[in-house]
Design a protein around this ligand. Structure first.
Ligand code: S3P
Length: 427
């Protein structure tokens, strides 16, 4: 479905974005393992996390809707062997976390996904999980899904992440809950730490020492309610929209401000963005607060490569900001973006060119020369990727924009375009 957004003259207002995708996936998984009933409050109900809900139901958890919340009756560590394959659809996080979780379970499991997910590398979890004792096979020797997995009999290993990936870290920590001995993940570069925070929330074994994160076999643990904060990655679209649209001020409330997620704020600040944020609650679990963004005269910047893992999903919307900035923006460290829901380096370059922006694309970097060409309504090509659809809808907003296959946004944010239109200032 094509969607036409008229030119935004000004954006004003405040909003709450849907629940965090990463926390919702993990919350559903851990509550399914817990003993007794617990609620996931304000979870994300979107394509990716509904795939997790269905997978956990197929593995024997009882999950029911309660208004905006979900009630989960867990299995007390032992999941059920499902009768059919588990379809992760578009959700890479789900497939990698399940590979770890199911490596610790007795039984036979097959994981598959949509065409995009079946092209994404799975050897990054298959190799260390095999070293722990899991049997994992798949296309091209386990590089690609479908994956066939037989779990059980794991032993702990120490594993240094070859690429920064919270998904791989989390897969190994989940497997470690069922392994003999200690499982240690060493992350040379920090990545999002939701799994570690949730292990603490549920009282699961966890020890951290600098870049080393350790876990070991758990006994049964009781369910506990979990509040899901608003997703910073979803908020980011509205922040950049306000920065690049004249006469705008947008405030996002109840949003997660976990420092392992908010690298974008630092980069936008360095570009001259008028941005303010404040943590208001949740110091012990996930920090939550408010972010305000106002129209700003942005200038290009050289992004610090070390920040990329702390803003890995925000690079498309950073590119949207760079398109409207004065001067050049250089973004290094993008090799992981080649293997996301789409090849995001290529998708960003394509959509910037549709805006008349000059862009140079390297194997793992982008050089963007700020300057959008006024004139014809740009057309956004999402490449079957939710974040590309939303980031470039934002990039074209001051001009008016046509978004092809806009329904891709429903993977992480079903009401995105309605929320965006709700900010158009009257008059
Ligand atoms: C996620 C980790 C990141 C991120 C993804 C969600 C997670 O992926 O891009 O959207 O929830 O752990 P990588 O682990 O591949 O960096």
């Amino acid at each position: 479905m094509d969607l036409l957004l008229p030119p935004a003259k000004a954006l004003r207002g405040r909003l709450r974005v849907p629940g965090d995708k990463s926390v919702t996936h993990r919350g559903l998984i851990l509550l399914s393992l817990a003993e007794g009933e617990g609620r996931l409050l304000y979870p994300l109900k979107a394509g990716d996390t509904l795939s997790t809900l269905r997978a956990m139901q197929a593995l024997g958890a009882e999950i029911t809707e309660e208004g905006p919340h979900l009630r989960v009756r867990g299995r007390g560590l032992r999941l059920k062997e499902p009768e059919d394959v588990l379809d992760c659809q578009n959700a890479g996080t789900l497939m990698r976390l399940l590979a770890g979780l199911l490596s610790g379970q007795e039984g036979f499991f097959v994981l598959t996904g949509d065409a995009s997910l079946r092209r994404r590398p799975m050897d990054r979890v298959a190799l260390p999980l095999r070293a722990m004792g899991a049997q994992i096979d798949g296309r091209e020797g386990g590089r690609y899904a479908p994956l066939a997995l037989r779990g059980g009999g794991l032993r702990g290993i120490s594993y240094t992440l070859p690429v920064p990936s919270a998904q791989v870290k989390s897969a190994l920590l989940l497997a470690g809950l069922f392994a003999d001995g200690v499982t240690e993940v060493v992350e040379p570069v920090p990545t999002r730490d939701h799994t570690e925070r949730l292990f603490r929330h549920f009282g699961l074994p966890l020890e951290t020492e600098g870049p080393r994160i350790r876990t070991w076999q758990t006994g049964p643990f009781p369910a506990r309610d979990l509040v899901v904060p608003g997703d910073f990655s979803s908020a980011a679209f509205f922040l950049v929209a306000a920065l690049i649209t004249p006469d705008s001020e947008v405030r996002v409330e109840g949003v997660g401000l976990n420092p392992t997620r908010t690298g974008l704020l630092e980069v936008l600040k360095a570009m001259g963005a008028e941005l303010e944020w404040e943590v208001l609650e949740g110091e012990e679990g996930e920090p939550v607060g408010t972010i305000t963004a106002r129209s700003s005269a942005l200038k290009g910047v050289e992004v610090d490569e070390g920040l990329i893992p702390l803003m890995v999903d925000e690079v498309p919307v950073l590119a949207a900001a760079a398109a409207w900035a004065e001067g050049e923006t250089f973004i290094p460290g993008l090799s992981e973006l080649r293997v996301k829901e789409s090849d995001r380096v290529r998708a960003i370059a394509h959509n910037l060119r549709a805006l008349g922006v000059e862009v140079e694309e390297g194997p793992d970097w982008l050089r963007i020369k700020g300057g959008v060409r006024p004139g014809a309504t740009p057309v956004v090509e999402p490449f079957h990727d939710h974040r590309i659809a939303m980031a470039f809808a934002v990039a074209g907003l001051p001009l008016g924009v046509r978004v092809r296959e806009a329904e891709w946004a429903t993977i992480s944010y079903p009401g995105f375009f309605e929320d965006l239109k709700g900010l158009y200032a009257a008059g």
